[in-house]
Design a protein around this ligand. Structure first.
Ligand code: ATP
Length: 531
């Protein structure tokens, strides 16, 4: 019987398996680790690439109305001015005055204004100290029991600290999510020093000095992209004209994006450097809502096709208040992570906002001319218009986490103890499709035969792993934990009759099978997803 543990135990177990088996490591770990950056180990890079290749195959290779691009991570700063990112890609940052947690106001737990808030601190000592500070600051009506403070009232912010539940918070201030750097051989710091020195001599205040410093930086400032999408908008015309492709069509891109996140959370779910899989679907005006529906269904079906359980996937429509002013519909695809439902992908109908913004910003025309359509305004043949866009924007690294959470399972023995851990990955995502294990490594003939079988798989493009280290039981356990669908044991009978024992990952079933038939078994599993 398989079971899944509950959060936070489950997340701890997944993080530990990721390190133990080489999926994900903390970045710069030997130097103490870098907050919010992760390295993908030998198993993780295979899993991530397999997932991204699946996306590329579904979105680009299997469609006539789609092409791909790879745009640069550093783009002209005017791109970000025109797209609105420089002005708006900011998060409201707040500090908790009780536990000092720094968090994003828009992601904090919501509470009803005027309701009672229960503040939970780490221990009694901290609770005592916090109460004394609050009383000193003039708060009344608070009572402490152990590490809990009661009697606080939710202020009109309507949210509380995600760490301790306190409604005592600093004012919100803007925090830019864009990583700024500078391009070119100029030392921007020198310019800042000179500008600030000038400002000080003129007696300018702090705000004015800051503006001077910003201005001195702006000449060489460039930004790491916080999304891949703008690459598709600014290259819309080049792509359309060079490929002579007709609207409706899509441009897809996968790659790195960077956000200076205030709160990094849940392992690779939210990190500062991550990968996205985004597509902009350009369609005639008025057809956005139709394609929004279409892409919603396509994308949900895709997440299911790579093995995510249908009951752990749902759509969350964006309400009026959440919807961008230009958007006429937006849905998140949410996955039920161990901590609850959370976003995996956003699918938005963005009207003609983005292309219009870049036309204004660049002064270049980004129209499409359809000679076969009738202009709805003039009734004449030929229609020139700015295409509307539907955008499915998914997280690749977040997708990897969803896949890991979905696949992680523990088998229990009759006493209810965990007897084995299995990553029930879809065969197409599994780093290795087959492990080839000689029963004893001391027998030179088995070793040679095993290596030979593994090489034959590799030559056929099937990722197989020859593995002779440790006992056969330990090797099975290792392959279960990295999600290898099949283990093939080579023994003395193999030398006689060209058969191996095939062990199926999920039910541990074992069968004798001709070596020549194994590749077909693997191919069938890759095709159907069934082991
Ligand atoms: P969130 O609300 O979680 O911050 P978002 O709505 O800002 O995400 P989008 O701008 O729509 O995200 O980006 C598209 C996708 O990129 C998201 O659905 C998510 O899967 C992924 N993504 C966004 N930010 C991060 C991040 N910091 N780390 C990992 N993946 C991310």
């Amino acid at each position: 019987m398989f079971q899944q543990s509950k959060e936070p135990e489950l997340m701890q177990k997944i993080v530990s398996l990721c390190k133990r088996r080489g999926f994900v490591f903390q970045s710069s770990e030997i130097y103490g680790g870098l907050r919010s950056a992760y390295d993908y180990g030998p198993m993780g890079v295979e899993l991530k690439r397999n997932l991204m290749n699946e996306w590329w195959t579904a979105m680009v290779h299997s469609r006539e109305d789609m092409v791909g691009i790879e745009s640069s991570i550093i783009m002209h700063s005017d791109v970000w001015k025109a797209s609105g990112h420089l002005a708006n890609f900011k998060d409201p940052l707040v500090d908790c005055l009780v536990c000092q947690e720094r968090f994003r106001a828009d992601k904090a737990p919501k509470v009803t204004v005027g309701s009672e808030c229960v503040i939970e601190l780490g221990d009694k000592g901290r609770a005592k100290l916090a109460l004394a500070k609050l009383v000193d600051a003039g708060e009344s009506g608070l009572e402490r029991t152990g590490k809990t403070l009661r009697g606080a009232v939710a202020a009109d912010r309507g949210y509380v600290c995600p760490n301790c539940g306190s409604p005592y918070l600093s004012p919100e201030r803007d925090f830019s999510g864009m990583f700024r750097t500078s391009l070119g051989p100029v030392d921007p710091i020198q310019g800042v020093i000179e500008a600030v020195q000038r400002g000080v001599q003129e007696g300018l205040d702090e705000k004015a000095l800051r503006e001077l410093a910003e201005e001195a930086l702006s000449g060489s400032a460039v930004y790491l992209r916080p999304e891949t999408a703008q690459g598709m908008f600014v290259q819309f015309l080049n792509v359309q004209q060079s490929q002579s492709i007709k609207v409706p069509f899509g441009i897809a891109q996968m790659g790195k994006s960077f956000r200076n996140e205030i709160t990094v959370e849940h392992f690779i779910f939210r990190s500062c450097e991550f990968e996205q899989m985004e597509m902009e679907y350009f369609c005639p005006p008025g057809e956005g809502p139709k394609y929004l529906e279409y892409w919603k269904e396509q994308r949900l079906a895709w997440w299911q096709s790579i093995g995510l359980s249908p009951e752990r996937l749902r759509f969350r429509p964006h309400g009026e208040e959440e919807l961008a002013h230009y958007s006429d519909g937006c849905f998140d695809v949410e996955y039920e992570f161990p901590w609850g439902w959370d976003e995996l992908e956003g699918i938005a109908s963005r009207t003609d906002y983005d292309l219009n913004a870049h036309m204004r910003g660049s002064g270049k025309k980004l129209h499409y001319f359809d000679p076969e359509a009738t202009d709805p305004d003039t009734g004449k043949p030929g229609w020139r218009y700015v295409p509307h866009v539907v955008e499915p924007a998914a997280g690749a690294t977040r997708g990897v986490l969803a896949v890991l959470c979905n696949a992680y399972s523990e088998e229990l023995d009759s006493d209810g103890n965990v007897s084995r851990t299995v990553l029930q990955l879809h065969p197409r995502l599994a780093p290795y499709k087959a492990g080839v294990l000689p029963l004893v490594k001391k027998d030179e003939r088995l070793v040679r035969r095993g290596r030979d079988i593994a090489e034959r798989f590799l030559a056929e493009g099937i990722a197989a792993k020859y593995d002779e280290q440790h006992t056969i039981g330990k090797r099975y356990a290792r392959h279960d934990e990295i999600g290898t669908p099949y283990c093939l044991t080579v023994d003395s009978d193999t030398l006689e009759d060209d058969t191996v024992t095939i062990r199926y990952r999920d039910d541990k079933r074992q069968e004798r099978i001709k070596i020549d038939e194994v590749a077909d078994v693997v191919r069938e599993a890759l095709r159907t997803g069934k082991i």
